[in-house]
Design a protein around this ligand. Structure first.
Ligand SMILES: *Cc1c(COP(=O)(O)O)cnc(C)c1O
Length: 385
């Protein structure tokens, strides 16, 4: 089976992790700050908080921005459930903004229209979470402009987009947002097994997230209520935090992986270009090429104007041919948990239309040329069969 995504683990990665296993500190050692520094240098962010998942990063990002009961968080319906669950963790209400069918990202025009309506109802969002779907950056300039007009914070969910660029700057530099989060799950661009990070240029937000990832505890006297010397053992819990820490084993793997980020992105872009050139004559809607995308995913949509075949037929044929196709994503508002909150079919029609046709085909840096050809042949066969 050729999976839709797969990690690449080298001898150097394995050696880096083994070295930590032989060291004194498996967690809370030197590897996490080293990895954080590497990420910060790579994408141009001042502060990096490495955590045990992107889900944790989203949670502490929302808390650091003060999200709570009575607040609203908006995101795209075409994302993984974690992008919106983070709002619910904080007791806020969640809503969605429909996508732009050309980019499959949150549509800035739909956003503006929804903001105008929300303003008149006194229900403006506190946080917007734009998701750089498949690695293609959102229209951050437009979203940032709206944030200045309507006063919301921005958390970029860049789980798909370490290695992507926006207007000449790496995604993660937070030029258009308060916080950016990355995921290092094995299916993403680089991996730490499980893991994530929250990035910001704001020292105050960085300090809050740093404390929240480790129980709300600080050893920094400047932050203590009773900084008078009690002894070297002394620490204070000053907030209600979690154990969201990344281990040194994970960080060592991440530091080794990030060395190959550029090579990975180049290969992903090469594969995307190959698909673009070789799938063009099939009844598919292909993603618009984007030189700035990290191509975490390559999603084709079955074109209803050009074929009677359904998405399910093409999907099943490809699975039968041992191609590990997938679907990203079932619109979040259609999940039963969200239906129970009052969302229903028809709420976000562009997202639902996209979902009815989408198939993610394999793309990952260690794919061989012959595997890429096999995928193209399988799609052709699926339409002919
Ligand atoms: C993978 C993913 C997440 C969650 O990442 P974890 O590291 O698995 O918690 C969040 N948002 C998006 C868009 C993702 O793809």
């Amino acid at each position: 089976m050729i999976q839709y995504g797969h990690q690449d683990v080298t001898r150097a990665d394995i050696d880096a992790v083994v070295q930590v296993l032989y060291s004194d500190l498996l967690t809370q050692g030197p590897q996490v700050p080293i990895f954080e520094k590497k990420i910060g240098t790579c994408v141009g962010a001042n502060h990096v908080i490495a955590v045990n998942s992107a889900t944790s990063a989203l949670h502490i990002a929302c808390l650091a921005l003060g999200l709570g009961g009575g607040d609203f968080l908006w995101t795209s319906p075409i994302t993984f459930v974690a992008s919106s669950n983070c709002g619910l963790f904080c007791g806020a209400q969640v809503d969605f903004v429909d996508i732009d069918p050309k980019t499959n990202n949150l549509c800035p025009i739909a956003l503006e229209n929804k903001l105008i309506e929300a303003k008149s109802l006194g229900r403006l969002p506190k946080i917007i979470v734009p998701v750089h779907f498949a690695g293609r950056p959102c229209d951050m300039r437009a979203i940032r402009q709206l944030s200045e007009e309507y006063g919301f914070y921005i958390i970029e969910d860049a789980s798909h987009a370490i290695g992507s660029h926006y207007l000449g700057k790496p995604v993660g530099s937070c030029n258009y947002s308060d916080i950016t989060i990355f995921s290092f799950h094995p299916v993403k661009i680089i991996t730490t097994g499980e893991g994530g990070a929250a990035l910001t240029n704001c020292p105050n937000l960085a300090e809050k997230m740093n404390i929240l990832r480790s129980h709300g505890i600080t050893r920094d006297r400047a932050l203590m209520n009773n900084p008078a010397e009690e002894g070297a053992w002394y620490y204070e819990q000053i907030a209600l935090g979690f154990n969201y820490r990344m281990t040194d084993l994970q960080a060592a793997l991440g530091s080794s992986q990030i060395e190959r980020l550029e090579i990975y992105i180049r290969r992903r872009q090469e594969i995307a270009k190959y698909y673009q050139d070789h799938l063009i004559d099939l009844p598919l809607i292909l993603p618009q090429m984007c030189v700035d995308s990290a191509y975490h995913l390559y999603v084709v949509c079955v074109d209803p104007v050009k074929t009677n075949k359904t998405r399910a037929e093409i999907f099943n044929s490809m699975r039968a041919l041992d191609i590990g196709v997938n679907v990203h994503y079932i619109p979040v508002h259609l999940q039963p948990y969200y239906s129970n909150l009052g969302f229903k079919r028809g709420d976000f029609p562009v997202a639902e239309e996209y979902y009815a046709r989408a198939i993610s085909i394999p793309i990952f840096p260690s794919m061989t040329d012959s595997q890429i050809e096999t995928v193209v042949d399988a799609i052709q066969f699926a339409f002919e069969g």
